[in-house]
Design a protein around this ligand. Structure first.
Ligand SMILES: Cc1cc2nc3c(=O)[nH]c(=O)nc-3n(C[C@H](O)[C@H](O)[C@H](O)COP(=O)(O)O)c2cc1C
Length: 185
């Protein structure tokens, strides 16, 4: 799969069926995240890959009530970084930006492997830290839910999220966010 195809194929699907998760898969995903660019090559991203059934169960209270579909994931990836581990140039702290790029690489690789890899914001960072032993000074930026696309829709989904399973949510027209030669907002 080329980059264009992976970008086009990737979807934040929510109806998840089990996927086989082993050490090779985890290493593969981490290896692709590893090659992302970062400020001064600081590589601030950190990941905890959770696939042990008991640990997946322990993660369930972490998710907001609207995100019950997350419970069906075969792999949950907690993503975090520390401001101190990357460039801070006056008001610009780059750890979240650099970690986001690593996450994008990981998600595209998962897509190429035929997996759904869905990042979310609807979780408790404090509970995630507690369950996974992540230090308090780390920003828990997202949790990525990984599985296979299920044949049947998840019954907990709202009508809006159900529709998004088959139709990609609308994007802004290019003219609203991409400008040539001068900002034209
Ligand atoms: C930072 C971030 C947070 C998100 N949080 C949630 C979430 O809490 N629950 C959820 O169901 N989807 C969540 N999503 C998925 C988005 O709703 C989804 O990416 C968007 O609607 C576009 O759909 P698409 O990715 O399938 O093209 C999140 C995505 C991102 C990047």
């Amino acid at each position: 799969m080329d980059v264009h195809k992976a970008i086009e194929t990737r979807r934040a699907l929510r109806s998840l069926a089990p996927a086989e998760i082993d050490g090779d898969l985890v290493r593969d995903l981490a290896s692709h995240a590893r090659l992302a660019p970062s400020c001064f090559n600081n590589q601030p991203w950190r990941f905890v890959f959770v696939s042990d059934p008991a640990r997946l169960e322990a993660m369930k209270p972490v998710f907001n009530s609207g995100n019950q579909w997350c419970h069906a994931a075969s792999l949950m990836i907690a993503v975090f970084s520390r401001k101190e581990d990357d460039c801070v140039i006056k008001e610009r702290a780059y750890h979240r930006f650099d970690t986001g790029m690593a996450v994008a690489f990981l998600i595209l690789r998962a897509t190429e492997m035929g997996l759904v890899a869905h990042p979310i914001a609807g979780y408790s960072p404090a509970k995630t830290r507690e369950v996974l032993g992540i230090p308090d000074d780390c920003d828990v930026i997202t949790v990525i839910l990984v599985g296979r696309q299920a044949a049947e829709p998840d019954p907990t989904l709202s009508p809006e999220k159900l529709e998004a399973e088959t139709r990609r949510p609308e994007r802004l027209p290019l003219e609203q966010f991409a400008f040539r030669d001068r900002y034209g907002g």
